[in-house]
Design a protein around this ligand. Structure first.
Ligand SMILES: Cc1ncc(C[n+]2csc(CCOP(=O)(O)OP(=O)(O)O)c2C)c(N)n1
Ligand SMILES: [Mg+2]
Length: 658
């Protein structure tokens, strides 16, 4: 009979796997796996509810490695506990092209990687989003189906980032008691001692925000484990500041600046083997150690079996609805409800673009209870709350989160919600402030998460606020983002169509670019055909064929193009107007369709109240752009459109220009 290995031996297995992999890869960050080996052992051996054979089980605890540079910690744990995708071969190919064990963890739930990390600060904000989803789903479906914790490993760096403070503040305010941070409190970052750059008491920041704070020796497995048990019982979000020594185990580097990622050599590993009395060769984990790790998830496995039985015992209707929500399937009735909304909106006076989105969201409220709107203190001008209730510390059924003025956190939180599954996060703010959430936008695209980002006040038509509020270059920068759909609807019908496309788009995030000013009804004649799904289409063809002029426009400028067309037709020039709500979708259409729409060889003018960057691909060398080449100014929409020359007359002049 095998004797159970000492927990310290189990922790050392993480150390050796990590060091062997980093030496083999010739680079990596040993500081975290060596410093957090005991903390991770306490979590996985004694607390974590998971089933490596069913890595995407919905009611599993979530684990986020926010200090993503320490990726070998996570890969070691996934291999040791038996995640099928993380084999020893994968561990050996750490940092190689195509490996599941990439330099930093890359979102792959089937492999046990809950979220992409590497940009410090993102992970803990994602973790907070996961805790929001869990609380929201638990409030709706009950603890029989939803009852899990979110644990995040976090270092000094994540807590120096501004987004970290935004997270501390809002998670405390919302009372997310199932969120537990495990801090690698080693008082060292890349540059050396944290005294170089920070002097406040970090724990106090958590305390004043209403967190449950504990301090412990991070190398004492039992003590850390006891803190975790206490944290789980506390109703507040928790942080365990676990005092650690960076790179513990490598004599030459432990506690030193170089512990973070200084190059390791075979001699370091040999020395560590001697110091820790480790007799196994590289990459060899003895059967008894592996067995202890592999059986550690036994409690999780039986929890899952009981959960499966509870789910199966539910009345069919309740079970089907829970499964629909968790699979991310839309209710069958939604599409028709949105189709009917088009007619209703057309029967009403024109509204601002953002108010159209508000009406669409209000319609969703009756069909899509899993949709959660997060807004950064712009409820009145964006109007996406309506019948929704606030998600608060005392009532977590609410589907509207008052994020306060914390855009960065809002974006990253929405990413975490989407990665968790079971909710459809919608983030709402002005386009000008999207820069404050840019890392989150980029990570959503990188992970291909289906987050809906709604941006209002999209250009110079926004009332009299100054240039800080007038984005001109941001649209182009979002269009440069791989996997993201950027949609700028021109009227009510397009707005609904774009939302319909967005809701069923699962391959990445969608950014909606909505105007503040009213968008006239332009599509009354063709409501039945879903034209926006092709990205761009002929809104109106020239009166005689072949056409001579092609006008391209998006959003609020489609109206300008239509007025210009009237003037050009009056001069005898056959002119078509192309509405282009989504470039990414249009670029995927067949060449024949694109040629039919763009009619290469005709005089082409594009009009958009933003910079030209990117339009070259449709304009070729001969086409002309009417738009912005500088930041906006204060003044009314009418005055500014005149001032910057974004008018039907300017479009006509461009079309006539040889
Ligand atoms: C946003 C961001 N800025 C900078 C870096 C580069 N970087 C990676 S790890 C690190 C030091 C982080 O310190 P800490 O979290 O304490 O990790 P430790 O050195 O203790 O492992 C830095 C600056 C990064 N990954 N992300
Ligand atoms: Mg540190």
């Amino acid at each position: 009979m095998m004797t159970a290995p000492h927990p310290q031996t189990l922790a050392n297995a993480i150390r050796f796997l990590s060091v062997d992999s980093i030496i083999r890869a010739d680079e990596g960050h040993q500081g975290v796996p060596l410093g957090m080996a005991e903390i991770a052992t306490a979590l996985y051996m004694n607390h974590l509810k998971h089933d490596p054979e069913h890595p995407t089980w919905w009611d599993r605890d979530r684990v986020v490695l926010s200090n993503g540079h320490g990726s070998m910690l996570l890969y070691s744990l996934l291999y040791l506990t038996g995640y099928q995708k993380i084999t020893l071969e994968q561990i050996k190919s750490f940092r190689e092209l195509g490996s599941h064990c990439a330099g930093h963890p890359e979102f792959e739930p089937e492999a046990g990687i809950e979220v992409t990390t590497g940009q410090l600060g993102q992970g803990i904000a994602n973790a907070m989003g996961m805790a929001v989803s869990e609380a929201f789903l638990r409030a709706r479906f009950g603890t029989d189906l939803v009852s899990h914790y979110t644990y995040a490993f976090v270092g000094d760096g994540c807590l120096q980032e501004g987004v970290g403070q935004e997270m501390i503040s809002l998670a405390g305010h919302l009372g997310l008691g199932r969120l537990i941070l495990l801090m690698d409190d080693n008082a060292i970052t890349d540059d050396g001692s944290t005294e170089l750059s920070i002097s406040e008491d970090v724990a106090k920041r958590f305390e004043v925000a209403g967190w449950h704070v504990q301090r412990v020796d991070g190398h004492d497995i039992q003590a850390v484990s006891a803190c975790m048990a206490t944290a789980r019982q506390d109703r507040r979000p928790s942080i365990i500041l676990a005092r650690t020594i960076i790179a513990k185990g490598i004599a030459r580097l432990q506690g030193q600046r170089g512990g973070h990622s200084a190059k390791l050599f075979e001699i370091d590993a040999a020395q560590m083997r001697e110091d820790l009395s480790w007799t196994h060769p590289s990459f060899e984990i003895s059967e008894e150690i592996l067995n202890a790790w592999r059986t550690s998830s036994g409690a999780g496995q039986s929890a899952r079996a009981q959960w499966v039985a509870r789910l199966a015992a539910l009345p069919t209707e309740a079970r089907t609805e829970f499964e629909r929500v968790m699979r991310g399937e839309l209710p069958a009735t939604l599409e028709q409800a949105l189709d009917e909304l088009k007619e209703r909106l057309l029967a009403e006076p024109p509204r601002g673009g953002i108010n159209l989105s508000a009406a669409i969201n209000d319609c969703m409220t009756d069909y899509l209870p899993e949709r959660i709107v997060a807004c950064a203190d712009l409820e009145a001008p964006t109007d996406h709350k309506r019948r929704l209730h606030a998600f608060t510390a005392s009532d977590q059924r609410g589907a509207y989160i008052h994020c306060g003025v914390r855009e960065h956190l809002m974006g990253a939180m929405c990413n975490g919600m989407a990665a968790h599954g079971g909710t459809i996060p919608v983030s709402v703010t002005y386009l000008a402030f999207s820069d404050y959430m840019r890392p989150a936008l980029r990570n959503a695209a990188l992970m291909k998460l289906p987050v809906k980002f709604v941006f209002s006040h999209d250009s110079i038509g926004i009332g009299k606020n100054g240039p800080t509020h007038r984005p001109v270059e941001i649209l182009a920068s979002l269009r440069a983002m791989p996997h993201m759909l950027v949609m700028r609807p021109a009227d009510a019908v397009e707005a609904v169509e774009c939302w319909q496309v967005a809701l069923s788009y699962k391959q990445g995030p969608v950014s909606f670019i909505f105007s503040r000013q009213a968008l006239p009804h332009l599509r009354s004649h063709s409501v039945a055909t879903h034209l926006s799904s092709r990205g761009a289409y002929i809104l109106i063809e020239g009166k005689s064929l072949p056409r001579q002029v092609t006008l391209l426009a998006t959003g609020s400028e489609v109206e300008i193009a239509l007025k210009a067309r009237e003037m050009l037709e009056a001069k005898g020039l056959s002119t078509a107007v192309i509405s282009m709500p989504c470039w990414e979708l249009f670029d995927k259409q067949s060449e024949a369709y694109r040629n039919q729409v763009l009619c290469p060889g005709t005089k082409t003018v594009a009009v958009e109240a933003a910079v030209k960057f990117g339009w070259e691909r449709y304009l070729g060398s001969q086409g002309i752009f009417v738009g912005m080449s500088d930041f906006g100014l204060s003044g009314s929409a009418e005055a500014l459109y005149q001032h910057f020359g974004i008018t039907p007359e300017a479009v006509v002049r461009a079309a006539l220009d040889d």
